[in-house]
Design a protein around this ligand. Structure first.
Ligand code: ADP
Ligand code: MG
Length: 546
C-alpha cells in the first residue's frame, strides 16, 4: 500500500531557496550522500561486526540515474518519515535569515540532492526479513510517497505492477545487497543540465576531492576510488617522514623536491573540550608574491570527520600565508557555507591553538628560514599586535660589530650606561650619524631593508629598551654637549642664516669626529622612508591593514 505524505510545509520554496542561494557548487550533493552512508555504516558497526562495509555508486546513462547504496544501518518506515523531510517542517516557519543561519550551522544534508536531481527515490531495509521501504519524491512536488514492499513479493516483482523506477531499484538492491542485513539505496534522476554527474570522470574526481578519507571503501562500479585513511588519523609514532612528504605533495599539488619542500612539520592532536587534528608544514619557499600581492589559495584544507569541506578557510593572518596545513575537526558539523565557517567559534579556538604551535615551531637559529621569511615576520610586526613581541625575537640584523645579531643579543651586550638600542637606516658604518656612538664603543644596528624603518615605528621598543633612530633628531639628546653656551648660540645663528631650511641646530657629540650631521625631524621623512615610497612597499603594506 502506498501512502502519500505531504512534506507539511512549503518545501518547494525552501528547496528553491537552498538551491539558488546556499549551494553554489552542486557537486557537494555527493559528499553529503557519501557522508550519510558513512554515518550509517558507523552506526551499524557499533552493533554488528560481521559484515564488510561498502559504499557503492553506479550510473545508468540511458535512464539518467545515479545509484548510491551502502550496507549501513538502514531505516524503517517511521525513521524515514522522521529523518527525511524534517528540515522542511521545522524550518519553513522561520525567517529567511534564520534559515540561512541554521543551514550554516547544520548543513542541509540530504536535500542537496535536489541540486542535481529532479526525482529522488530511496529503497531501504533495516533488518533481514523486514519489508523494504520505498520512498520517492519529485522536486516539484510538495509530498512524497512511501510504500512498503512485502518480502515475498520482492522476487516476483514482475507480477506486481510496480512503477518502473521501483522495479529497477529492487533489482539493483537484490543484486548488490541481497546478503546485507540492512542497506540503503538512493537513486537520483539527474537533471538535464547536470549530465556531468553521470560521468565516471566527474564522479571519481568529486570522491577524490571531498571523500577521499572516508574510512569505508567507495566503489564506482567495481573500482575502489577513495584512499581511506588520512595520515592524521594514524598513530603519530607510526608515521614516517616519507608519509609526511606524500601528504605535503598531495596538499600542495606539487612534485616533491627536497630543495623546495618543507623546513619542518608539526602534528597537533587535541582531545577533550576541543577535538581536532592538524598537520602543518613550513615550506622552504615563499609562496607570496610581494610585488603583485598575490596570495596562493588552498594553503589550509579543512576536513570535518575526514570529509573535505573547503580550502578557502582563512586561519592564518596574511603574513603567515606561506604555511600549508590540513585540519580535521570532529566538533564541526558538515558545513555548507564558507561565511559561517569563518565566524564559527570552534574555528576560532582551533585557530588559536594552531597559531601557538606555529610560533613554537619558528626557530630563531634557523638562518634559511629567516632568509626566506624575514619580510613576512616584519609585516607581521606591523600588523599583528598580539604577536609583535614574539615576532621581534626572531628578527636578525647586521650591525657595525656583527654580521648578524638578534635584538636579544644586542641587549645582552649593552655598555653599562647604555639603555637604548641604536639603529641606523643604511649600510655605511662610516656615517657621521653614528660616529659618536662608535667612539663610545656602542654597537649600532644597520637596517637595510626598506620595510625595517616602518616596522620599527610600530615596534618602538624591545624588552623595554627604546629603539633609537640615529637619523632622527631625538638621537642627539644622548650626546648633548652643553659647553660654552654663548659660543654655541653664535654658531647656531650663523648656520641657520646660511641654511634657512634647517629647523633647528643642536650641539652633541653624535657625529663623533665629523663636524656635524643632518638629521630628520621627529616626524619628517627619513631617507629610508623615501626609499619605501619609491619602492612602493607602502602599497604592499595595505595587505596587512585589514
Ligand atoms: P544529517 O546527516 O546531518 O543528520 P541529513 O539530511 O544528511 O542530515 O540526513 C538526515 C538523516 O537521514 C540522517 O541523520 C539519517 O538518520 C538518515 N539517513 C540519511 N541517509 C542515510 C543512509 N544512507 N542510511 C541510513 N540513514 C540515513
Ligand atoms: Mg548528512
Amino acid at each position: 500500500m502506498t501512502e502519500i505524505i505531504s512534506f507539511g510545509a512549503d518545501i518547494q520554496q525552501l528547496l528553491q531557496f537552498f538551491i539558488n542561494s546556499i549551494y553554489t557548487n552542486k557537486e557537494i550533493f555527493l559528499r553529503e550522500l557519501i557522508s550519510n552512508s558513512s554515518d550509517a555504516i558507523n552506526k551499524k558497526i557499533i552493533q554488528q561486526t560481521d559484515f564488510i562495509p561498502k559504499i557503492l555508486i553506479n550510473t545508468d546513462i540511458e535512464k539518467r540515474t545515479l545509484f548510491l547504496s551502502d550496507n549501513g544501518i538502514g531505516m524503517d518506515k517511521e525513521e524515514i518519515k522522521k529523518n527525511i523531510g524534517t528540515i522542511a517542517s521545522s524550518h519553513t516557519k522561520l525567517q529567511r535569515e534564520k534559515i540561512e543561519e541554521l543551514i550554516g550551522q547544520f548543513g542541509v544534508g540530504f536535500y542537496s540532492v535536489y541540486l542535481v536531481a529532479d526525482k529522488v527515490s530511496i529503497l531501504t531495509r533495516k533488518q533481514l526479513g523486514d519489508k523494504l521501504v520505498f520512498w520517492e519524491s519529485y522536486s516539484n512536488q510538495q509530498s512524497y510517497s512511501l510504500t512498503c514492499v512485502e518480502e515475498q513479493k520482492e522476487q516476483e516483482e514482475e507480477e506486481y505492477g510496480y512503477e518502473m523506477q521501483m522495479k529497477q531499484m529492487i533489482k539493483y538492491f537484490y543484486n548488490h545487497h541481497r546478503k546485507d542485513s540492512s542497506a540503503t539505496l538512493i537513486a537520483l534522476r539527474i537533471k538535464n543540465n547536470c549530465s556531468e554527474y553521470l560521468t565516471n570522470e566527474r564522479i571519481n574526481s568529486i570522491i577524490k576531492k571531498h571523500s577521499d578519507f572516508i574510512q569505508f571503501p567507495i566503489y564506482n562500479g567495481s573500482n575502489k576510488i577513495n584512499s581511506q585513511t588520512p595520515l592524521w588519523c594514524r598513530n603519530k609514532e607510526e608515521i614516517q617522514e616519507e608519509d609526511y612528504r606524500q601528504l605535503y605533495k598531495s596538499i600542495t599539488a606539487t612534485q616533491l623536491n627536497p630543495e623546495t619542500d618543507y623546513f619542518s612539520h608539526q602534528f597537533i592532536n587535541t582531545e577533550g573540550n576541543l577535538n581536532f587534528k592538524c598537520i602543518f608544514f613550513i615550506p622552504k619557499k615563499q609562496n607570496f608574491n610581494f610585488d603583485n600581492q598575490q596570495i596562493i589559495k588552498g594553503n589550509v584544507k579543512l576536513y570535518v570527520k575526514k570529509v573535505f569541506i573547503t580550502d578557502e578557510l582563512e586561519i592564518f593572518p596574511d603574513y603567515l600565508n606561506f604555511i600549508k596545513c590540513v585540519i580535521d575537526s570532529d566538533d564541526l558539523p558538515l558545513n555548507i557555507s564558507r561565511e559561517f565557517i569563518q565566524q564559527n567559534k570552534i574555528i576560532a579556538q582551533i585557530k588559536k591553538v594552531i597559531l601557538k604551535k606555529v610560533f613554537q615551531q619558528f626557530n630563531v637559529s634557523d638562518d634559511q628560514f629567516y632568509f626566506q621569511y624575514s619580510k613576512n615576520l616584519k609585516l607581521g610586526i606591523c600588523s599583528d599586535d598580539d604577536h609583535k613581541q614574539q615576532l621581534s625575537n626572531l628578527l636578525k640584523f647586521k650591525s657595525v660589530k656583527q654580521k648578524q645579531i638578534t635584538l636579544q643579543q644586542y641587549c645582552d651586550n649593552l655598555k653599562p650606561e647604555q639603555k637604548e638600542i641604536f639603529f641606523y637606516c643604511g649600510n655605511d658604518p662610516e656615517s657621521p650619524l653614528i660616529n659618536g656612538l662608535l667612539q663610545k664603543d656602542y654597537d649600532v644596528l644597520l637596517f637595510d631593508e626598506p620595510i625595517d624603518e616602518h616596522m620599527i615605528q610600530v615596534l618602538r621598543d624591545y624588552q623595554g629598551k627604546e629603539l633609537i633612530n640615529c637619523g632622527r633628531i631625538g638621537c642627539g639628546k644622548f650626546f648633548e654637549d652643553k659647553q660654552d653656551q654663548e659660543k654655541q648660540k653664535k654658531i647656531k645663528e650663523i648656520i641657520q642664516k646660511k641654511h634657512n631650511y634647517l629647523e633647528d641646530v643642536q650641539f652633541s657629540s653624535q657625529s663623533g669626529c665629523y663636524p656635524g650631521a643632518v638629521v630628520v625631524g621627529q616626524y619628517g621623512w627619513t631617507c629610508g622612508m623615501e626609499k619605501i615610497m619609491n619602492q612602493q612597499v607602502l602599497s604592499d603594506n595595505q595587505m596587512f591593514e585589514h
